[in-house]
Design a protein around this ligand. Structure first.
Ligand code: KG4
Ligand code: ZN
Length: 323
C-alpha cells in the first residue's frame, strides 16, 4: 500500500509518501517546509501568518514529495491528513487540500489525530511492543497514555497548564535565546552545570500522572538576570527532564508494562532520552522525526486505516488524546 501523508497543524507544511510491506514501513519521500525562520523574527508563531505560509507552501510541498518518491498520483492508495489538534487556519489548509485531492483522484481519505501521529514516528523502522506507556512531549502537549494496541489507548494524565515544550520555549525566551527555544536552550545547557541552581519541580511527588510546568517559568523569571545563563539553562533542562522521567516511570510501574514510547518535539532532547534509557526499555524516533512531519501521519494511517467520506471531514483544533 502507498500512502500520501499531509501535515499542516502549526508552522510546518509537510507531505510524505510511504509504502508498507506488512508491518514494515518505508519512507519514499518526506518533505517539510518550515516557516520557523519567519516565526523566529517575532519570537513565536503568529497563527494568521502561519496559515498564510501554509497556503503558499502546500502544493509545492506535495509536488516535491511526489516527485522525490517517483510515485504517480494514480499509484497512491490513500491520502492521510492531520485533522487536529492545532491552529485552525493552518489545519484547514491541509484538510481542505486532502479532501480535494481525495475527491479529484478518487482515493480513500484517512483522518489522523496529530498527537497519535507523533507516536507513530516510532513505527518507522521500528516495531514497539504493546502494551506500552506513551509519553507525548510537544510544544502544545504533555500527555501520558496507556497503549494497549493500535487504535486502543487510555488517557492517563497530562499537563494542567503549560506543556513541556512550551516551558522550554518560554524559559528560553527569558534567557533571550532565539526561537525555537527548546533546542537552543539544550545546546546552551551543555556548557552549564545544573547543580549550581535549584529550581522547583512542581507536582513531582503527586500520586497522579499529571504535570504542571507554569511555575517553573515564573521561578526562572525571578532569577534570570542574576544567574549564570549556561548554568540556568542546564538547571531548567534537568528540572523538566526530572519531572518527565519521574511521572513516566511511575506510569510504567503502575500499569506493569515494560515499554515506554516517547514522541513529540521534546523527545529530540538527548538528556531526556539518556535519563529514560537508564530506567526502562525506551522507543524514541530519530530526532528529525520527533518534530512535525508527514511521514508519521502516513505511518499512523497504515495502522489505523479508517477512511471517511471527504465531505464528512472537518478540522478539529481541540482534538485530544482522550477521544
Ligand atoms: O512536536 P513539535 O514539533 O510541535 C508541536 O506539535 O508542538 O514540538 C515542538 C517543541 C517546541 O517547543 C521545541 O522547543 C521543542 O519541541 N523541542 C525541544 C528540542 N527540540 C524541539 N525541546 C527540548 N530539547 C530539544 N532538543
Ligand atoms: Zn506536533
Amino acid at each position: 500500500m502507498i500512502i500520501l501523508g499531509i501535515e499542516t497543524s502549526c508552522d510546518e507544511t509537510a507531505a510524505a509518501v510511504l509504502t508498507n510491506d506488512e508491518n514494515r514501513v518505508t519512507i519514499l519521500s518526506n518533505v517539510v517546509a518550515s516557516s520557523a525562520d519567519l516565526q523566529a523574527k517575532y519570537g513565536g508563531v503568529i497563527p494568521e501568518q502561519a496559515a498564510r505560509e501554509q497556503i503558499k507552501s502546500m502544493i509545492p510541498v506535495i509536488e516535491e514529495a511526489l516527485l522525490e518518491s517517483r510515485v504517480k498520483s494514480q499509484d497512491i492508495d490513500a491520502i492521510a491528513v492531520t485533522y487536529g489538534p492545532g491552529l485552525i487556519g493552518s489545519l484547514l489548509v491541509g484538510v481542505e487540500t486532502a479532501k480535494t485531492l481525495a475527491t479529484v483522484w478518487n482515493k480513500p481519505l484517512i483522518p489522523i489525530n496529530h498527537l497519535l501521529g507523533h507516536f507513530y514516528a516510532n513505527w518507522i523502522g521500528g516495531q514497539p511492543k504493546f502494551p506500552a506507556i506513551g509519553l507525548l512531549v510537544s510544544g502544545g502537549h504533555t500527555d501520558l497514555i496507556l497503549f494497549k494496541d493500535h487504535g486502543r489507548h487510555e488517557y492517563l494524565g497530562g499537563t494542567r497548564d503549560d506543556a513541556a515544550g512550551e516551558c522550554f520555549d518560554k524559559c528560553a525566551r527569558l534567557l533571550r535565546l532565539p526561537y525555537p527555544g527548546g533546542p537552543n536552550l539544550a545546546k546552551l545547557a551543555l556548557q552549564g552545570l545544573a547543580l549550581q541552581i535549584n529550581l522547583p519541580r512542581p507536582m513531582i511527588n503527586s500520586k497522579d500522572l499529571d504535570f504542571s510546568f507554569s511555575g517553573l517559568k515564573t521561578a526562572v523569571a525571578n532569577i534570570a538576570d542574576k544567574s549564570n545563563v549556561a548554568d540556568l539553562a542546564a538547571s531548567i533542562e534537568q528540572t523538566i527532564v526530572d519531572v518527565l522521567v519521574k511521572k513516566s516511570i511511575q506510569a510504567v510501574k503502575q500499569y506493569g508494562v515494560k515499554n515506554l514510547i516517547i514522541a513529540g518535539g521534546v523527545a529530540a532532547n538527548q538528556l531526556l532520552v539518556s535519563n529514560l534509557q537508564l530506567k526502562t526499555k525506551l522507543y524514541v524516533p530519530p530526532p528529525e522525526l520527533c518534530t512535525d512531519n508527514a511521514a508519521m501521519i502516513a505511518t499512523a494511517a497504515f495502522f489505523n486505516n479508517h477512511p471517511i467520506k471527504p465531505n464528512k471531514l472537518q478540522a478539529n483544533p481541540n482534538l485530544n488524546l482522550s477521544i
